[in-house]
Write a protein that binds this ligand. Structure first.
Ligand code: COA
Length: 183
């Protein structure tokens, strides 16, 4: 892919994976991927993630308002995570929930406001789609109301057929959020 380089790849097993902060390494044999462009890097290394930055953004976002830190940490533990960095400072994020074989779900895609509009969101999505397991997925899905332009450029198509996609949605209540904060 133009301007995207896979710089290195390292196999981390569960035994030798370093653990930093509260995000645990995956119990799969996963490769860590790094893409570089100018002063920016995108990495799938969970040990580099700035959990405070991710939580602070998500808890104020329109789709995960009020989400607590434990839930964010758990979601990172159990997803393929892509951190976007400038000089080692995290400035963006995306994650993929997947069965590693047939299905993937994109979520929590964001770029910090000061770095928007210069192509980093597009690059982040490109790198996510370049991640090896993504090439064999039979279905990749996401929900967006705010940035359809971002995903249409990457090849996603809207699925607006009536009665086609169904869900159970459980929004967190303020009571749940404050109850968690007390524990
Ligand atoms: C959505 C988001 C990740 C996009 O990241 P970004 O780095 O600003 O996006 P890019 O700079 O790569 O822009 C992608 C393209 O969309 C265009 N674009 C940017 N903002 C746009 C807008 N509001 N409406 C239409 N097109 C827009 C850009 O011009 C660019 O097109 P080009 O490549 O032809 O120039 C970022 O705006 C963001 O974090 N928003 C808040 C969180 C959010 O809404 N996330 C999406 C959840 S689904």
């Amino acid at each position: 892919m133009k301007n995207v380089q896979s710089v290195y790849q390292k196999n981390y097993g569960f035994e030798d994976a370093p653990s930093v902060g509260s995000v645990k390494p995956s119990n799969r044999n996963e490769s860590i991927f790094l893409w570089q462009k100018n002063h920016f890097e995108i990495s799938t290394d969970k040990n580099r993630l700035d959990v405070n930055f991710i939580h602070q953004f998500l808890t104020q976002s329109h789709w995960a308002t009020g989400i607590d830190r434990d839930t964010v940490e758990s979601s990172l533990d159990n997803s393929v995570c892509f951190g976007l960095y400038r000089k080692n400072r995290q400035i963006g994020f995306a994650r993929i929930i997947t069965d590693y074989a047939t299905f993937s779900w994109f979520c929590d895609v964001f770029i910090t406001p000061e770095y928007r509009g210069v192509g980093l969101g597009t690059w982040l999505i490109q790198c996510c789609l370049e991640y090896p397991i993504m090439k064999k997925m039979r279905r990749i899905m996401l929900v967006t109301t705010f940035a359809p332009w971002l995903y249409s450029k990457a090849g996603f198509e809207p699925l607006n057929r009536q009665d086609y996609i169904w869900h159970i949605y459980r929004a967190p209540t303020p009571t749940e959020a404050s109850a968690k904060a007390l524990h």
